[in-house]
Design a protein around this ligand. Structure first.
Ligand code: XLS
Ligand code: CA
Ligand code: CA
Length: 440
């Protein structure tokens, strides 16, 4: 089998001074940070769809990236060539995991039996490669949004037949995830949402999504899937209203329908910002609810306002992300999937490799700086002191539920002029972040 990236060597750490574009400047897989090697903090994963399938097309024209990998597109030979290329790229980058949709792996056939046969064939081939390289599966999922049959959603469709088709895809995607030893199974809302209330029964649609998820959990557990199910929130695109808007909405959903023992959140940076939040916000909301499951590591462009899925280079964002991850104690079955693509004008395979290098270096730097922020301790200390009035006296009584509204009102009457809460010191704290990031 011919090499797909003959000009790309195994990517090694050469340090920040290196001028070699095909080297890591900050990512050192085995460097121990806060008690764990870098690679174990991350479990970096390759996204099959962006990396091996998409040619960079947009609404105005086809992409310029050639993803044929020397084979005729839409054939099983091409599916295998993508496996070869993917494993070559992961091996060269030291990326130890991958994520996939069922239909990233093989072309969809006219009927589900033939599609499933193709999936069996390709997953046998992938298993061989996994055994030979030690590369593992982070999570699997089903593409229930591209085919026009899913125009009105999958779990939220108005058609019972389409709903059953979605069930068949989920069943097979779970079989594949278990076969490949995947740690997680993702539900991204896809087209689970609506365009207009004039034709939509929102309550029924949400109940139906929950029923499908419950069936997926029951089936997954029955075939030995021990990992986590993830919901990946996104506020819009492709639908105007997506039901899994953000972490808070998705957490409320899994609790409402009794799915919270099996589901956690897969937080994507670009989806959080589309929801009008920071990436850090959705991570915090997930973590404080014990639901920080996994991360889709990318970034959006705030000037554009759609899901641009860029390789992350913003070190501030990566630092604040890693700050949340470290404080949460890491993720059990999760990792950092680069749901990211090179820009359309960056159409060579080398550009993609360099996208991964950029993303891995950005997060490595983020990890180092987040660890430094925690070690520095000033942020933690400030927050601790900010709420100190709740540790003693009337504040302690509020915390332990031993005071009622009358007692608080009586206490307030003894205070005279209204108390002020103390400065939030945001500017000072931001300067602490800068000092830790750039102070050497
Ligand atoms: C699309 C999503 C998708 C999920 C997996 O916006 O990011 O790629 O991660 O279905
Ligand atoms: Ca996205
Ligand atoms: Ca994603």
């Amino acid at each position: 089998m011919s090499e797909q990236f003959p000009n790309i060597p195994k990517i090694a750490y050469e340090g920040p001074q290196s001028a070699n574009p095909n080297s890591f400047k900050f990512y050192q897989a085995d460097k121990v940070v806060m008690g764990k090697p870098m690679k174990d903090h991350f479990r970096f994963a390759l996204s099959w769809w962006h990396t091996l399938c998409s040619g960079g097309q947009d609404m105005f024209g086809p992409g310029g990236a050639d993803k044929s990998f020397g084979a005729e597109p839409d054939t099983m030979a091409h599916a295998k060539a993508k496996v070869d290329a993917g494993f070559e790229m992961m091996t060269k980058l030291g990326v130890e995991y991958f994520c996939f949709h069922d239909l990233d792996l093989v072309p969809e056939a006219a009927d589900i039996q033939e599609t499933n046969r193709r999936l069996d064939e390709i997953s046998d081939y992938m298993l061989e490669k996994m055994k030979a390289t030690g590369i593992k599966c982070l999570w699997g999922t089903a593409n229930m949004f591209s085919n026009p049959r899913f125009a009105n959603g999958a779990g939220s469709t108005n058609s019972a037949d389409v709903y059953c088709f979605a069930a068949a895809q989920i069943k097979k995607a779970l079989d594949l995830t278990v076969k490949l030893g995947g740690l997680g199974y993702v539900f991204w809302g896809g087209r689970e949402g609506y365009e207009t209330l004039l034709n939509t029964d929102v309550k029924f649609e949400q109940e139906n999504i929950a029923r499908l998820m419950r069936m997926a959990v029951d089936y997954g557990r029955s075939i030995g899937f021990k990992g986590d199910f993830f919901i990946e929130p996104k506020p819009k695109e492709p639908m105007k209203h997506q039901y899994d808007f953000d972490a808070a909405t998705a957490i409320a959903f899994v609790r409402q329908y009794g799915l919270d023992k099996d589901f956690k959140m897969n937080i994507e940076a670009n989806h959080a910002t589309l929801a009008g939040h920071t990436f850090q916000h959705d991570l915090r909301i997930s973590a404080m609810n014990g639901m920080l499951g996994s991360i889709d590591a990318n970034q959006g462009d705030l000037l554009l306002g759609w899901d641009t899925d860029e390789f992350p280079y913003d070190v501030y964002e990566a630092t604040l992300c890693m700050y949340e991850v470290l404080k949460a104690g890491g993720m059990t079955n999760g990792g950092f999937n680069f749901d990211a693509k090179a820009r359309r004008p960056s159409y060579t395979l080398e550009d993609i490799v360099q996208g991964y290098i950029l993303g891995m270096d950005t997060f490595a730097l983020g990890l180092l700086k987040a660890a430094a922020l925690i070690e520095d301790g000033r942020l933690d200390q400030f927050v601790e002191e900010r709420y100190a009035s709740f540790k003693t006296g009337i504040g302690a009584k509020i915390r332990d539920h031993s005071a009622d509204l009358k007692e608080l009102a009586a206490y307030a009457e003894t205070l005279g002029a209204p108390a002020r809460p103390g400065s939030g010191k945001q500017e000072y704290l931001e300067s602490v972040v800068n000092a830790v990031l750039f102070g050497g």
